[in-house]
Design a protein around this ligand. Structure first.
Ligand code: GAL
Length: 446
């Protein structure tokens, strides 16, 4: 047991003792001597996330189960708000924070979402003591620690690493359309378009897409990275940017994005979330779907939350076009809010989230790999074992959609520009102008 956990355990025992003693004191005056004191009430720990839908809820449930077994003095209030990528949850959270009513802990992406939003907004506490007593920092990858730290202080507990640039596909649809996937994936978007023409001719949707909430931005980041490469993508997010938002690389990427959209299902905006779009691949209605590897949890997990599909037969995967050797990453983490109701309960939750057992329970069901470097790989699927190898060997860049490269304000400005663009995808020049303006208003571009 870590000394921190021990301290919190001791603290809770003292509280229980105080409660029991004061209950006994009250009993002496108010109830007959034969009555026994009622057991101390469990205190609630409110955990806020967006892991509620198919393929999302299983991992969280596994971590909560472990928490309940280890900390019977608490009960988790699962305050998950539905909506992939936190599109609804983050709005609810912002309202609660504005009203000084934070949950006991919330899901925050490593990177600018944590540092440029919650730390900058003075909403969360540093976790130096926890990191020092648990040694957690020592088992985190060198890439990750700086993304949850400011001025050397860590501010959150990363529980996983997800990959954004995965293209899921239906082997059956590809075979029926006479499409052979090149080893390692499509080298370029033009190669992908050539395959799409065959799939379209075979009467299937080439690329399934979900509603605007976040799936269009998820596709956008992957087209950008697959078109301009890792270094130029990362150059969009430095201050000042080394890649010009108004320049030719972005123009060429947006031309690809316009073309990709022409191969997607026309009912995308009517789908409820990312799952129905992923399911089009599982059902053999679409050849491809671009989605983070939480989709693997959805495809492979048992019913009712998963589709219990067989890898390589019912679904398969490849990097998104043009991103071979690149790992577009994001990481979910949990924070210790300023002014929350149950700080001791939050520390217990963070202890579970950081632990090897917690991460080994959560990640195999979530489709992610552990944030920790010491998880037992035998617990993971073939997909995840390969993802762990790629994470260790590929060029790693950050996701926009999932909070790594831009803070929430900048991301919201890009989202507004993107949603306007989607009303008329011929207007790529206007879209690019709006993207350059978003960089300026974020204070990154001159
Ligand atoms: C991401 C999150 C993932 C997954 C996904 C879909 O932002 O990091 O864990 O939940 O959204 O909802």
């Amino acid at each position: 047991m870590s000394s921190k956990k021990f301290t919190w355990g001791l603290f809770s025992l003292m509280i229980v003792a105080v409660l029991v003693l004061s209950a006994c004191g009250a009993a002496a005056t108010a109830v007959p001597p034969t009555a026994t004191a009622a057991p101390a009430a469990k205190s609630s720990v409110e955990i806020f996330s967006w892991w509620v839908g198919p393929g999302e809820a299983d991992g969280l449930a596994a971590m909560i189960k472990l928490f309940n077994a280890q900390y019977p003095q608490y009960t988790i209030t699962n305050a998950a708000v539905a909506g992939g990528a936190g599109t609804n949850a983050q709005a609810v959270l912002a309202t609660r924070l504005a009203a000084n009513n934070p949950p006991d802990s919330w899901q925050a992406h490593a990177g600018q979402e944590t540092i440029g939003t919650y730390v900058a907004g003075n909403e969360v506490k540093p976790l130096d003591d926890f990191y020092a007593s648990s040694g957690f920092g020592k088992v985190l990858p060198a890439t990750l620690l700086p993304l949850i730290s400011k001025d050397g202080h860590p501010y959150s507990v990363p529980v996983n690493i997800h990959r954004s640039n995965v293209m899921w596909y239906s082997p059956k649809v590809l075979t029926a359309a006479g499409v052979t996937l090149p080893t390692g994936g499509f080298a370029s978007w033009s190669d992908f378009f050539a395959a799409c023409d065959k799939i379209k001719a075979a009467g299937k949707t080439c690329l399934s897409l979900g509603p605007e909430g976040f799936t269009a931005m998820h596709l956008f980041e992957n087209v950008m990275i697959g078109s301009m490469g890792a270094a130029k993508w990362s150059g969009l997010w430095t201050t000042p940017p080394t890649t010009d938002w108004a320049g030719a690389d972005v123009t060429a990427a947006l031309a690809n994005y316009q073309k990709v959209l022409s191969y997607t299902n026309s009912d995308a905006s009517t789908l409820s979330d990312w799952q129905p779009a992923a399911k089009m691949v599982a059902d053999g209605d679409a050849a491809f779907n671009i989605m983070g590897d939480w989709a693997e949890g959805y495809f492979a997990n048992a019913a009712p939350n998963g589709l219990a599909l067989k890898p390589h037969t019912d679904f398969d995967w490849t990097p998104t076009p043009g991103t071979q050797g690149i790992f577009v990453f994001l990481s979910d983490s949990f924070v210790l809010p300023i002014g929350n109701k149950n700080p001791a309960g939050t520390m217990a939750w963070l202890t579970i989230a950081a632990s090897k057992a917690g991460q080994e329970a959560f990640n195999p069901l979530k489709g992610s790999i552990c944030a920790r470097t010491d998880c037992n790989q035998a617990l993971f699927s073939e997909y995840s074992q390969n993802a762990a190898k790629d994470w260790a060997s590929n060029t790693v860049v950050g996701s926009l959609t999932h909070g790594v490269v831009a803070n929430n304000n900048w991301k919201a400005a890009i989202d507004t520009a993107l949603k306007l663009y989607l009303t008329d995808p011929t207007k790529t020049a206007d879209f690019q102008t709006a993207l350059a303006a978003a960089c300026k208003s974020a204070g990154s571009c001159q």
